[in-house]
Design a protein around this ligand. Structure first.
Ligand SMILES: Cc1cc2nc3c(=O)[nH]c(=O)nc-3n(C[C@H](O)[C@H](O)[C@H](O)COP(=O)(O)OP(=O)(O)OC[C@H]3O[C@@H](n4cnc5c(N)ncnc54)[C@H](O)[C@@H]3O)c2cc1C
Ligand code: SF4
Length: 451
């Protein structure tokens, strides 16, 4: 007898460790047929044994891979001219004109300002955003924001996995929504829309961050242990990932009133130990299936100016005209940018996703492990680039073991934070010539996907 969708997802994706926790299958399950369980690596779906999921859940599951070439054609009518940027209308740098939204935002507050404008102008009835602290301080969930204040309360990046698409099952028929999504979720959402899924079609605007790496939730306990807080002794009362002045710091307030703050560059030490599998296997950095993609505008000029600056990419004509409208109303402060120059701000991560994930997924397959198949092969792919990736893979493989996680939790953050930052910058400088070689002319060759 043929395997059911539940059996296939359980065996080939969830048990295989390549579920991204997007939440789509949970939304597609019949009522009571699926739930999300919280694990140390992030949310995972759990199905009732008798649940009958539609074939659509199997077809769109990003753990199996995203058929990018077909998706670009179905959504944009063509594949991108530039495979690093994706299909786009215009690229700018800028920030929200409202100083409070700008300051509270992860980079320039642009996402929050645009969502607020969509609501204020009656284009949407509500926005689906992600909020840290729901249902409890260390967790994060998608929430439906019906007022500007609720949208603004959800500003900032959440670096732990959130099953955003699970909320599709709770949308109110007839209402129009905007939604913030990570790249794998935006791709699934587009595929659901193409398949005519009613709730997915209620999402009128998709906004999303450039997405490098996310952290397994266990990173929070590790960080606290490195600050000398033993598990279970002083619960977290609140957590912000990008508090204060851009680029911001992680801020954790404990029930006892103790406050810990660590600059973003220093808590990056958690990445090799807690990076999620979804971050390693996804090919999309610039959130190429959003109407609006926003990232940090990393550049010496903006970093010297301070205050929060974003890279803003419009990918549809309608979103481009909304951004122009906001500029003319003084809601956004922007500068036109050369799309190719802005790519240089993120060369390292673009390479990590476009070439790195391809190599990592190939290596997994060679080792007999399952890996998503995106049907694209990066060209050129020099042997030196493969060699660099093997070193990175080895570091992640060792870092993610229980022993390594235990060790790092017992090194004081004031030591490991700056030390890791120096090592990271050193490795970046060393590997830069290899990682940038051929990146400027990178193309993606279509290859047949596995079944
Ligand atoms: C996991 C992750 C990794 C990232 N990596 C990079 C990187 O490597 N390089 C880079 O330039 N930028 C990265 N970003 C993007 C950056 O941190 C900012 O989110 C982006 O610049 C938008 O800033 P903003 O001020 O416009 O956002 P804000 O105005 O603060 O709004 C952010 C919006 O995104 C929503 N949101 C936050 N987290 C999530 C999430 N996990 N899933 C879905 N929606 C969410 C919030 O609800 C809010 O509505 C990352 C973001 C995330 C979440
Ligand atoms: S990747 Fe998404 S659709 Fe696939 S099993 Fe995981 S939660 Fe479900």
């Amino acid at each position: 007898m043929a395997e059911s969708v539940v059996e296939r997802l359980n065996r080939n994706v969830i048990a295989a460790g390549i579920c991204t926790g997007c939440g789509a299958c949970v939304a597609l399950a019949p009522t009571g047929g699926a739930a999300l369980i919280e694990t140390a690596e992030g949310p995972l779906p759990r199905f009732a044994p008798s649940a009958a999921l539609p074939d659509l859940a199997w077809d769109v599951c990003p753990g199996r891979g995203v058929p990018y070439a077909a998706l670009y054609r179905a959504h944009y009518g063509c594949v991108p001219d530039n495979w690093l940027a994706g299909c786009f209308e215009a690229v700018r740098t800028g920030y929200a004109a409202d100083p409070v939204i700008r300051r509270n935002g992860a980079s320039g507050g642009v996402t929050t300002q645009v969502l607020t404008h969509l609501l204020d102008t009656g284009r949407i009835d509500a926005a689906i955003v992600v909020r840290q602290g729901v249902p409890e301080p260390e967790r994060a969930s998608p929430v439906v924001a019906r007022t500007a204040a609720e949208i603004q309360a959800a500003a900032q990046s959440v670096y732990i996995p959130v099953a955003v698409l699970s909320i599709l099952a709770q949308l109110q028929p007839g209402l129009r929504y905007a939604m913030t999504c990570l790249p794998d979720q935006a791709a699934v959402l587009r595929r659901l829309q193409q398949a005519g899924h009613p709730a997915a079609r209620q999402i009128r605007y998709v906004l999303g961050p450039y997405t490098g790496t996310a952290l397994a939730p266990g990173a929070i306990a590790c960080y606290l242990r490195s600050k000398g807080v033993r598990p279970g002794t002083d619960p977290v009362a609140s957590l912000k990932w990008r508090a204060g002045e851009w680029p911001g710091y992680m801020e954790i307030v404990l029930a006892s009133g103790k406050v810990f703050r660590t600059p973003k560059v220093y808590y990056n030490f958690l990445i090799p130990f807690f990076v999620t599998q979804a971050s390693l296997q996804g090919m999309d950095f610039a959130n190429e299936f959003c109407d609006l993609s926003v990232g940090d505008a990393w550049s010496p000029r903006f970093e010297a100016l301070g205050g929060g600056h974003s890279v803003i990419v419009t990918r549809t004509k309608e979103m481009e005209s909304i951004i122009r409208e906001m500029e003319s109303q003084g809601l956004l402060v922007t500068e036109a940018a050369d799309p190719l120059r802005t790519l240089e701000m993120h060369g390292h991560m673009l390479d990590f996703k476009k070439r790195g994930s391809y190599i990592r997924n190939q290596v997994r397959r060679r080792l007999g492990l399952r890996a998503p198949d995106h049907g694209l092969r990066p060209v050129p792919l020099p042997a030196s680039r493969v060699a660099v990736e093997l070193v990175i893979m080895l570091l992640f493989a060792v870092g993610r073991t229980r022993v390594a996680r235990w060790c790092v939790a017992h090194i004081p953050e004031r030591v490991i934070g700056p030390l890791f930052n120096r090592l990271r910058l050193g490795w970046k400088a060393l590997s830069k010539p290899t990682k940038r070689k051929g990146l400027g002319t990178l193309a993606m060759q279509e290859v047949a996907r596995e079944g």
